[in-house]
Unconditional design. Sequence first.
Length: 167
Amino acid sequence: MLVNLKKLGILTLLERKFMKVRIDERLEDAQMIKSWAKFLKAKKIIIANDEIEKMDLEKEIIRMSLDHIRVDFIQVEKLKDKLENEDNKESLIFVKKPEDLKSLEDDKISSIELGFMAFKEGFKLLSENCYVCPKDLKFFKEIMGKGIDIFMQDNPYSTKKNINYFI
């Protein structure tokens, strides 16, 4: 006899892990967001960033470039509540810094992609366009320990690299 796990209120691991997250400092770049949305076939984009959430012109440009995809701009502190209270299947979440993800529940994230993260004093080079501080490296190790893959990928058509080999 087959048991329907959904009827019992039990979600499989695959059903719970549905959000893709991209950490990239270029959140104002509508073309970058559009490229990733198209490549990953996202049905919804969530951009969690306190600065861009207040920039009406930039938000309108991004929305116009993604005319068939829902785009939500929210403050970082509201990200967890938004993700808990809405259906976010096939969503792509953009944040600017790794620390913006610390409040999220790990079981809702399928993978994390690292994009452009600029050089700053004391940061470690992971790739040509990706530098991270010791605090972020520790956070990434914790996340990977929970079974979440973290990759570096500059653009949708470049090679995806697992950061396990670089930290």
